[in-house]
Unconditional design. Structure first.
Length: 126
């Protein structure tokens, strides 16, 4: 059973970019736009090193479904990232094999489930 609702899964499958929020050494958050989980030269990137030191992460995926009427959509996923040695090459040509898998602990979505533009769904998951 998925921790995501069917609407959240559909939304996640439709998006290509996310904002990566690793937990820094002093527990501060820094944001970094990124692809979801991998990339070119992935194992040499700061986010890869950050996860090696501390697997607690959050990603935010957002967009505007429409601007008239104003209808933003967003999902934030907080959890623990695992570094997998393979799988990243399936994302696209030239992508490195390492990839992150995020085990969600907290999910917050806005404007994804329900008909209301600012409907929200926040929950802790295990």
């Amino acid at each position: 059973m998925s921790v995501f609702t069917p609407a959240e899964i559909t939304y996640l499958q439709s998006q290509r970019l996310a904002v990566w929020l690793p937990v820094g050494r002093v527990a501060s958050r820094t944001s970094c736009p990124c692809r979801f989980v991998g990339g070119h030269g992935f194992a040499q990137r700061k986010k890869y090193r950050d996860v090696q030191r501390n697997p607690r992460v959050a990603i935010v995926i957002d967009d505007l479904a429409t601007v008239d009427p104003w209808r933003p959509r967003m999902i934030e996923i907080r959890g623990l990232a695992d570094i997998l040695p393979t799988g990243g090459e399936a994302i696209g040509p030239g992508f490195d094999p390492p990839i992150f898998r995020i085990r969600p602990r907290r999910i917050v979505s806005i404007g994804i489930d329900g008909d209301e533009p600012f409907s929200s769904n926040a929950r802790s998951v295990s």
